[in-house]
Each structure stands twice: as C-alpha cells, then as structure tokens.
Write a protein that binds this ligand. Structure first.
Ligand SMILES: *[C@@H]1O[C@H](CO)[C@@H](O)[C@H](O)[C@H]1NC(C)=O
Ligand SMILES: *[C@@H]1O[C@H](CO)[C@@H](O)[C@H](O)[C@H]1NC(C)=O
Ligand SMILES: *[C@@H]1O[C@H](CO)[C@@H](O)[C@H](O)[C@H]1NC(C)=O
Ligand SMILES: *[C@@H]1O[C@H](CO)[C@@H](O)[C@H](O)[C@H]1NC(C)=O
Ligand SMILES: *[C@@H]1O[C@H](CO)[C@@H](O)[C@H](O)[C@H]1NC(C)=O
Ligand SMILES: *[C@@H]1O[C@H](CO)[C@@H](O)[C@H](O)[C@H]1NC(C)=O
Length: 443
C-alpha cells in the first residue's frame, strides 16, 4: 500500500512538473524579428524602404521602414499588395528615436514587447514584463494588443497614436489626448501641428520657432454641454447611420464622450460625419504634415485604387478654406479661396511664388525699421482668438518694443490687436477695417 501511494505521489508530482513546464512554455509565445535583409517591393508612404517583420493581419503588417539610411521606424503598414497604390503607415512605435540595422522587435517570455538596437539598448517598450501577458495579437482593426489569460488588453497600440487614428481608436483624457503631425516626408520627428482634445473644444495649433506659444488656427465646439467637458473622442464607422436605412451606406464619424452629464441627458455627440456608399470600417483620420485633417478609407475588396481620401476638413466648401492653414502660402503670401494670390511687399502686391518672403528685420532698434500697411487681410490666428482690446498706437508700440514681433494686426471697428510672431499665410477678407502692419528694415 505504502509503496503504491508513494509511486502515485511520484506520478502526480511528475505530472505537475510536466504540466507546469508545458504551461510556462505556452504562457508567452515569444518572438524576435531582426531588422536585416532585403527591402519590400511595393510603394509605401514617404517613399520609404521597408522590411515586413512580425505578424500580419490583412490589411495590416508590422514593418521596419526608413526614409534616410540606417534610421528605422517600427510601424504598422495598412494596405495590401493587390490593392496597389500607396500603402500607408498608420501607427508607429518610435517617432524621433530611429533604430539602426539589425535592431530587434521582440516579445520576451516575461511579456514585454521591446524594440532594441542590435547591442541590446532598449529604444521603446510596452513595460508589460510580468504583468500577466499570455498572448500577442494584431487584430483585424489594426490594434496590436497584449492579452492576459482572461483576454483583457494589458497593452494596446491604440493607446499610443501619433498623427493617425484608426476606426475604434480614441483620444482620451488621462491618455494620449492629441495628435502631432510628422515633420516631413524624410524626417520622422514631431512636426509643428497638433490636434488637441481640450475640455471644451477640439483645436488645431501651429508651433513656430519664433512664437512663444503655439497658435490656434482652428477649433470646433460642437456638442459639448455647458457643464460637461470632453473625455473621449473616438473614430467610428457603422452601417446603422441616421441618414439612411440602406445597409450599403456607411457613416464615418467621431463620437465625443463628455463627463459631468446626468445619465438621462447623456447621448454622446456625433460629429464630423462623412457618408460613404461602401463599408468604411477600414479607414483612418490623420493630422497631415500641412496641418490639415483628413479621412481616408480603404476597401479590402477593391483591386486597384482601394484608397480614397473622402474628406478634408479645411477645404473650399467648408467654413474654413485652406487659407486658414498657416503654411499654405509658404513663408509669406496672401491667400484667397484656398489659393496663394499675391506676395505683399512694401511696394504693393506682386505675384506670389514660393520665394515670397518678408524682408528680415535684424535690428531691434526702432530707428532701423518701419511698418508697411496691408488692408483687408487677416492672419490665421485671428479667426479663433479675440486679440487684445487696445488703441492702435499701443498695439504698434508693443510690436516695436518686442524684437520677435514681425508685425501686428488691427481691427479698427473693435480696436482689437494681435501681435504676430509668425507671418506665413495671410487671408484676404476684403474688409477695410482689418489691417496688417508688417515690420520691414529701413535699408
Ligand atoms: C547585421 O548582422 C549580420 C549578422 O547577423 C551581419 O552580417 C551584418 O554585418 C550586420 N549589419 C550591420 C550593419 O551591423
Ligand atoms: C449646470 O450646472 C449648474 C450649477 O451646478 C446648474 O444650475 C445647471 O442646471 C446645470 N446645467 C445643465 C444643463 O446641466
Ligand atoms: C470612448 O468612447 C467609445 C465610444 O463611445 C467607447 O467605446 C470607449 O469605451 C470609450 N473609452 C473610454 C476609456 O471611456
Ligand atoms: C464616457 O466616458 C466615461 C469616462 O471615461 C465612461 O465611464 C463611460 O463609459 C463613457 N461612455 C461611453 C458611452 O463611452
Ligand atoms: C465591414 O468591413 C469589416 C472589415 O473588413 C468587416 O469586418 C465587416 O464585417 C464589414 N461589415 C459588413 C456589414 O459587411
Ligand atoms: C467688416 O467687419 C465688420 C465687423 O466685424 C462686419 O460687420 C462687416 O460685415 C465686415 N465687412 C465685410 C465686407 O466683411
């Protein structure tokens, strides 16, 4: 008897050990992908070279890409080979912190997802070591997730957008609450534009080197009650839209969730809706390098030209045309109906070209510069800000005594003053009460 019991114990403990061994193996399906080898053949955004590395779920694929030699971004690509035209980068791990050849993208047995240089230096990670991660998945909506044993997300790529939101992705108070544009095609650093979820509005800002603060050039207040504030902004797409019972009609839109609303009053506000005659589940919203906002849709079932730019927020037919974009007319230019129409010089208006630029004032001494006047123009910061109520002479002396001031804008009807630390695009408004005074050197 005793010996039987003993052997049973041995068998049980052997089983337990074996089971434990199998489970610990299965706990985290670890992987390592190395950034080396040939580049992919297809055309992708930013004219990049890329290497597919990591799991794929149509139409999404994890890749390393580079636009300058030996400086790679780990990103999620959207698009399929047969859909042809440009495949797009819709999420990225390491903006501004590129990695080199032979860098690794790996999921460790501890459940941490890591991007590291070949020498092991960690560049980006999910900080999920020993947090119960048992699985990794790239979901069909483009969300890369780490799961625990109950299927909950321990980490998700949807929580770290940079300039793009996919359908189902949110900006959140207490999380990432803004998008920041990309600097340029070649340069994957933060650009000057940001799309910010604020308590009372959605806002677009332009940050110029010369300006102490980012400048507001667009805002939307729709659907936010007096006592509530924005807590969650989510991009959604559904067939069940308020405009039609037809299933083939889809609505792509944002839903704004607000705090402090009594439950009986609560209905999340829908905004920025766009209707498509096809399933728009695979879409994205982006803050572009030009500071504009756009929706793009992708159709999985289409062979050629599967992409569509379905809406541009600042456009000729909306309340704000492209003249509201700070850099629409380059360094300096007069804009009308989304077009750059003139270069304002001290001697009057001349034809606009990319070379149009205000003469640099290098001296801070008031005796070495003067102002020239433009009538019927506004600066992009004027539309959504109130300026200061003051006399024009005060406005001018404020600019004169501030070396960084490049000129000032004044509305004579309401005595409102704006100091400009950046000129770029001026809009023609045809209103003789709206004046601009541009600093220019005497010689
Ligand atoms: C990358 O690693 C391979 C070996 O795995 C090596 O042959 C190659 O030289 C490395 N490339 C660079 C740029 O270090
Ligand atoms: C907003 O809050 C004030 C003060 O608490 C209250 O009197 C008012 O009814 C509220 N308004 C709404 C729309 O909830
Ligand atoms: C944000 O709003 C969306 C849509 O209403 C909702 O599905 C999601 O759960 C919300 N997220 C949070 C963290 O409140
Ligand atoms: C709205 O946000 C609050 C706070 O984040 C959350 O508790 C609530 O579930 C959200 N409601 C919807 C419909 O998303
Ligand atoms: C819309 O497209 C998505 C993604 O391809 C798919 O999961 C979903 O089932 C489609 N919806 C309908 C109603 O066909
Ligand atoms: C000029 O501005 C004033 C005040 O903002 C406004 O009442 C008027 O309609 C404007 N005129 C034109 C031509 O835009």
């Amino acid at each position: 008897m005793a010996s039987t019991n003993y052997s049973r114990i041995i068998i049980i403990s052997f089983l337990c050990f074996h089971l434990f061994f199998v489970v610990s193996q299965a706990l985290v399906p670890s992987f390592t992908y190395v950034n080396q080898g040939n580049f992919g053949d297809y055309i992708v955004e930013y004219g990049a070279n890329y290497r597919p590395r990591g799991p794929a779920t149509d139409p999404f694929q994890v890749c390393f890409y580079n636009t300058t030699p030996n400086a790679y971004t780990l990103a999620l690509r959207m698009g399929t080979v047969r859909s042809e035209n440009l495949m797009r980068w819709v999420w990225e791990a390491n903006r501004g912190k590129p990695v080199r050849e032979n860098a690794t993208f790996s999921l460790g047995r501890d459940g941490n997802l890591v991007l590291a240089e070949a020498d092991g230096q960690v560049v980006w990670q999910t900080n999920t070591a020993n947090k119960g991660v048992v699985g990794y998945e790239l979901l069909p909506n483009g969300n890369m997730v780490l799961l625990d044993s109950k299927g909950r997300f321990v980490w998700q790529s949807f929580d770290s957008p940079t300039d793009t939101l996919l359908v189902g992705q949110s900006l959140l108070v207490g999380g990432v609450s803004k998008l920041v544009s990309r600097a340029s095609e070649e340069n994957n650093n933060d650009g000057p534009y940001s799309f910010v979820m604020e308590p009372k509005r959605m806002a677009l800002y332009y940050k110029s080197d010369n300006s102490p603060r980012p400048m507001l050039y667009w805002a939307e207040y729709e659907g936010i009650g007096k006592n509530s504030s924005l807590s969650n902004l989510t991009l959604l797409s559904d067939a069940d839209n308020p405009y039609s019972r037809d299933d083939s009609v889809y609505l792509l839109y944002f839903v704004f969730n607000t705090t402090n609303v009594s439950p009986d009053q609560f209905s999340p506000a829908k905004s920025f809706g766009v209707i498509t005659r096809y399933n728009s589940t695979l879409s994205y919203f982006r803050l572009g390098m030009d500071g504009n906002l756009r929706y793009f849709t992708f159709r999985l079932e289409v062979y050629n030209f599967a992409w569509d730019r379905v809406y541009t927020f600042l456009n000729r037919d909306s309340d704000n045309d492209e003249c509201q974009l700070p850099e629409r007319c380059g360094k300096f230019g007069l804009c009308e109906d989304s077009q750059c129409v003139a270069c304002p010089t001290p001697n009057g208006l001349s034809g606009w070209s990319k070379d149009c630029e205000a003469k640099k004032v290098t001296s801070c001494k008031a005796s070495e510069f003067h102002y020239y006047k433009l009538e019927g123009v506004d600066h992009y910061m004027i539309k959504y800000t109130t300026g200061d109520v003051t006399k024009q002479s005060k406005c001018e002396s404020k600019c004169t005594s501030d070396c960084k001031c490049l000129g000032y804008f004044f509305h004579t009807d309401q005595s409102r003053c704006w100091i400009a630390y950046d000129l770029k695009t001026l809009t023609r408004v045809g209103n003789s009460t709206n004046l601009a005074y541009i600093k220019t050197p005497n010689k």
